[in-house]
Design a protein around this ligand. Sequence first.
Ligand SMILES: Nc1ncnc2c1ncn2[C@@H]1O[C@H](COP(=O)(O)OP(=O)(O)OP(=O)(O)O)[C@@H](O)[C@H]1O
Ligand SMILES: [Mg+2]
Length: 368
Amino acid sequence: MNRYFPVGGPVSEDDLIDRELFLEGLTRRLSDGQNILLAGPRRIGKTSLALEVLRRLHREGYDVALVDMFGITSVRELTEHLANALLENRTGVQRTVEKLRDMVRAAHTEVRVSVQGIELGLSFARRQGSEMDLLEEALAITDKLIRASNTRVILVFDEFQELSRVDVNLPKILRSHLQQKPHISCLFLGSKPTLLAQLFSQGNEAFFRYAVSLPVPEIPPDAWSDYLVRKFSERGISITPAEVGVLLKLTGGHPQDTMLVASEIYYALIEMESQVVSLTVLEIAYQRALESLMRAFEELWGSLSEHQGAQQLIKKVAHGERPYGQNASPARVGRILTYAMNRGILIKVGRGQYEFFEPMFRDYVMRL
Ligand SMILES: Nc1ncnc2c1ncn2[C@@H]1O[C@H](COP(=O)(O)OP(=O)(O)OP(=O)(O)O)[C@@H](O)[C@H]1O
Ligand SMILES: [Mg+2]
C-alpha cells in the first residue's frame, strides 16, 4: 500500500478516519464478553476497524488474534493459524516456551514447537487421527497456555462466512469449543451478508444468536473533510470545503473509492506541478480512479449474470428508473432486489426506492 492516501487493504491507526465512538463501543462490548458480528459490503473498512480494536485491546493487556478465513484451505491450516496467532501474544517469554513444551508432551499430539530467536511457532504434523481432533487439541493447548496467564482473549475471524467452505463440520465444532470458553470474545467479520445471516440467524445453524450484529457506520462527511484538508495541507496542498463536497458527492463517501480519488488527486497535482485542487483536477482524478476500479467492476458485473434478470434490473436502477415497472412481476423484481442488496450493490432508501451503495459502480453501469 505505497500511497500517501492508503488504498487496497486495512489502514493504519493514523489513516483510520473517525469512527471513534463506534470503536469505543466495540472495544467495550468485546472486553465485557460480548460476541459481535460486523457484516457489510466489500471495502468499507471492516478489517481496518477490527485491527484497530485489536491494537487497543492488546495495549490494555488482552490476548488478541486474527484469523483470515479467506486464505485458509484446511482445518489443519486453521489450527496452525489460530494457535500461532494466539501464541504471538506470548512471544519472547521463555517460561511460556517451556510451559508449552510440557503441555504438548502431556497432550500426546504430534505438535512441533520451534523457537527461532524470540519467535514461537507451532506446526502440526499429519497423523492418523482426523484434522478435527487436531484442531480441538490445539485449541485446548493454547487455551491452557492462555488460562495460565488469566487474561481475556479476543478472537477475530475475518471473512467468517468461508468457515463452512473449509469444512462443513467446522461451524459446529468451533461453536461448541467457544461456548465452553467464557473468557473468549469473538468478533466475526464478513462480506457476504446472506451466508452470514444463515449462520447467525437460522435456528438450526451453529452460530444461531451467538453474536450481536452491528452495522458498520458510515464515515461522516465532516470527518472526511477534516482528514482530507489535513492530509493535503501536510503536503502543502489546498482543498476547499466546496471541493471536498464535490468529491464526496461523486464517491458517496464510500471509504475505498473516496481514498482512491484523493490519491489520484494527489498524484495528478504532482504531475501538473500544482498545489491547488481545482474542479478540473478533481475530474481527471475521478476518471483515473474509475479506470483503476474497472477490472473489479467488470468482475462484479459479470458475476451478476448468475441471477437471471439481475443485470437488467440493476441497469434500470442505475438510470434512475423505478425497479417495479408495469410489466414486471413484483415477486420476481423483489427477489432480484433482495439479491442485489445481499450482494451489497443496492440499498433501500424508501418504499420501492433503491440506490447504489457505491456511486462509482453506478457510474460504471451507466456507461455500459
Ligand atoms: N476508517 C477508514 N478511514 C480511512 N480509510 C478507510 C477507512 N475504512 C476503509 N478505508 C478505505 O477502504 C479500504 C479498505 O479497507 P478494509 O480493507 O479495512 O475494508 P474491508 O471492509 O475489510 O474490505 P474487504 O472487503 O476487502 O475485506 C482501505 O484501504 C481504505 O482506502
Ligand atoms: Mg477485510
